[in-house]
Ligand binder design. Structure first.
Ligand SMILES: [Zn+2]
Length: 441
């Protein structure tokens, strides 16, 4: 069994499930796994018991040259085990495919990054002139409070770097005349609110005329489920579409706010994952997620709430989320009150510079014809580093065993899995990126 396969399977088995509560995750287990493998733990921080991250810094030959960081998170999101075809935490290999929660988000990359870092530590691969940093980080899946957000705020020197490679890694796409590799350069910003409904409590045996908190709540949820947020065809979207080498007529449709939804409707029939991606990358999205109401079977609920996950594109601001709620629920928000959790615009790195060039050279040597700057509708730890001026990208290297759309549906979904060939390819890619990442700027 190769190092990357063994390590990724062990990280899956470590079951560092982050459900958003401070005591969950317990990433210290994976920090130990990685330290055993690397032969060093580097510097370990633990902002909350069990929520450990480790930073391994390997010096280069020129302290003034730029530093490259490889950052992988070790936590994963919860599963509904009954709806999986295999044990989500078994790390089983079946027909050349490794199964388990985290196989594509992002233990595959976290493991591959560790393997490449070990080769640098062992002297089998030269460190970039300005050095290499490996960061195995906790708590990506719940906002980075005990992970990257904390490190960048509290220990900035420990995680100082110039360029950063992290998630999300997408498979290649076929384009006219070759193969394009999407490289994640931009992401949407989360704007999360909880809407609270009020009613009057009473005995549920005599419900006539009672003001149940469920009435305004259900109405609001129904409206939110079918609402469409404002469209925005931004620069990042245009750059992605331009980079795919598509038929000019299709390109014209994909960047036209009047016609993009026709393309999405057509695509939904054949490639629903891709349709979802197109939809999410061209508008503010709204998804009600957590609903709470009621205390007892015989009591009319006087309180209820729904949490809404809205996502803003680069170029959209939190006020757009407020306007969208008013447009959907009415100016009085259907009588609901708003509790704000987070609001953040989208963020992006320019598709140019040292790391971009190193990646173009690495992918070029693997037969990729073109890098395509892409956006993810999700949120990653890259945002903390982009705020500090670090250029951050997400990329990996996969075999053709899953389409772009199928691949996207595995994130936080059922039956997450990755081929062994893709794990090996990602190691190959990262070795070449590290090798090509240059000297002085
Ligand atoms: Zn992730």
């Amino acid at each position: 069994m190769s190092d990357v396969l063994e390590l990724c399977a062990q990280l899956i088995r470590n079951r560092c499930v982050n459900d958003g509560t401070p005591a969950s995750g317990q990433e210290v287990r994976s920090v130990e796994t990685i330290a055993d493998y690397l032969g060093t733990a580097g510097t370990v921080v633990e902002p909350h018991p069990g929520r450990a991250s480790s930073v391994v810094r390997v010096a280069g030959s020129d302290p003034d040259a730029p530093t490259l960081m490889l950052m992988g998170h070790t936590d994963v999101v919860p599963v509904t085990a009954e709806t999986w075809s295999r044990d989500p935490f078994g790390g089983e290999v079946v027909d050349g495919v490794l199964w388990g929660r985290g196989a594509v988000d992002m233990l595959n990359l976290t493991a591959a990054m560790a393997v490449v870092t070990k080769r640098v530590i062992d002297g089998d691969l030269a460190a970039p002139p300005g050095g290499l940093v490996y960061l195995a980080v906790a708590d990506e899946e719940a906002g980075g409070t005990h992970g990257a957000g904390w490190l960048v705020d509290v220990e900035p020197e420990l995680v100082a770097c110039d360029d950063l490679l992290t998630e999300i890694a997408y498979p290649t796409v076929e384009i006219a005349g070759g193969v394009a590799q999407p490289v994640m350069v931009a992401e949407k910003g989360p704007s999360w609110r909880t809407l609270h409904a009020q009613g009057t409590p009473g005995h549920a045996s005599a419900p006539l005329g009672r003001a149940s908190a469920l009435a305004p709540l259900v109405k609001a949820i129904d409206a939110l489920l079918t609402s469409e947020g404002p469209l925005l065809i931004g620069d990042e979207w245009r750059a992605f579409i331009d980079g795919l080498g598509l038929d000019p007529a299709l390109v014209a449709e994909l960047v036209d706010p009047e016609r993009i939804d026709d393309v999405i409707a057509r695509m939904a029939a054949t490639d629903p994952g891709m349709a979802r991606y197109l939809h999410a990358c061209t508008r503010l999205t709204t998804a009600p997620t957590v609903v709470e109401a009621g205390t007892k079977a015989n009591t009319i609920p006087d309180r209820g709430s729904v949490t809404v996950d809205m996502r803003l594109l680069p170029g959209q601001v939190p006020a757009d989320a407020d306007r969208h709620l008013e447009a959907t629920l009415g100016e009085d928000l259907g009588g609901l009150t708003v509790e704000l959790h987070s609001e953040m615009g989208g963020n992006a790195s320019p598709a140019a510079g040292r790391l971009w060039d190193a990646m173009a050279s690495a992918y070029g040597s693997l037969g990729v014809d073109r890098l395509t700057p892409a956006m993810t509708p999700a949120t990653t730890d890259a945002r903390f580093f982009r705020e500090k001026g670090v250029r951050a990208y997400g990329a990996g290297w996969f075999d053709g065993s899953a389409t772009f759309g199928e691949f996207l549906d595995m994130f936080h979904g059922n039956d997450e899995r990755i081929s062994i060939a893709s794990l090996d390819r990602t190691v190959q890619l990262l070795e070449r990126v590290v090798g090509a990442y240059g000297g002085r700027s």
